[in-house]
Design a protein around this ligand. Structure first.
Ligand SMILES: NC(=O)c1ccc[n+]([C@@H]2O[C@H](COP(=O)([O-])OP(=O)(O)OC[C@H]3O[C@@H](n4cnc5c(N)ncnc54)[C@H](OP(=O)(O)O)[C@@H]3O)[C@@H](O)[C@H]2O)c1
Length: 226
């Protein structure tokens, strides 16, 4: 059997300083811009909650995903609003040690190791896997993220829920595409990049030059933006 090409894709909205929600978990400070929404509804319809499809004109939410992963804190607002299956058009897994087993069809509460689980999912046949968030779950799964798609809002928040909450370690990504909108949002597509080779890292020897060298390395490794 060949190697599975199933990808884990972290598709997320962020501020310029890397926050995906306010400290209290709210995210209504991210403006909803009609041009961006229309573009995303056409390109990423599966990442909109099922209930919103009629108002967005999404008839069939087709696309690359067949599965979505959520942390409990990401899922809970929907549950509180009475929506037990927010992405009913996808297979849904919610990571939680506190929620009871789900009774919603197509949604499973899972309490195991997310990395082992994703590796197992990648080995099964299927479409790509959307990592919805939040920062806690994404921090654990960062080494498994094959693609990172950031809806970068022109906002500096100062504090909030980070895009990936984990200890310091430089995970590199290569830029594969960009699209800027009049509203100021920039959609950034990255793929996971290999760590720099030892000889390249050794070039950045002088103090102070190391930081510049690291930044230059990222640029050199990245594919040019579209
Ligand atoms: N901007 C965006 O595009 C975007 C996207 C998604 C989410 N968000 C925001 O992100 C915020 C939530 O992020 P967050 O970092 O606070 O939380 P989160 O990652 O959504 O959820 C954390 C919870 O997931 C469960 N969990 C995590 N790791 C687990 C493991 N290994 N095993 C079992 N359960 C595990 C735990 O739930 P239990 O406590 O139940 O065990 C944990 O408290 C929300 O405000 C949401 O709106 C923003």
């Amino acid at each position: 059997m060949g190697v599975s090409l199933r990808k884990l894709v972290y598709y997320v909205a962020s501020t310029l300083d890397g926050f995906i929600a306010a400290p209290d978990g709210s995210y209504d400070f991210f403006p909803v811009e009609p041009d961006v929404t229309a573009h995303l509804a056409a390109g990423w319809p599966q990442a909109f909650p099922t209930f919103s499809h009629p108002q967005l004109g999404i008839d069939r939410p087709t696309g690359r995903f067949d599965t979505v992963l959520m942390g409990r804190a990401t899922y809970e607002p929907a549950l509180r609003a009475g929506i037990a299956s927010p992405y009913a058009h996808l297979r849904q897994y919610v990571f939680s040690r506190s929620l009871p087993p789900s009774t919603a069809p197509g949604l499973e509460v899972f309490a195991g190791d997310p990395v082992a689980f994703v590796r197992e999912l990648k080995g099964r046949p299927g479409g790509d896997i959307w990592l919805c968030g939040g920062g806690n779950l994404a921090g654990q799964l960062l080494p498994e993220v094959d693609e990172l798609v950031v809806k970068l809002h022109p906002i500096v928040a100062g504090s909030g829920i980070p895009l990936a909450a984990r200890g310091f370690e430089a995970h590199r990504f290569a830029l594969t595409g960009t699209r800027a909108f009049d509203s100021g949002l920039v959609l950034l597509h990255y793929v996971a990049a290999p760590a720099p080779s030892a000889p390249a890292a050794a070039l950045a020897t002088p103090a102070g030059a190391a930081a510049d060298g690291a930044a230059a390395g990222v640029t050199a490794e990245g594919a040019p933006g579209r």
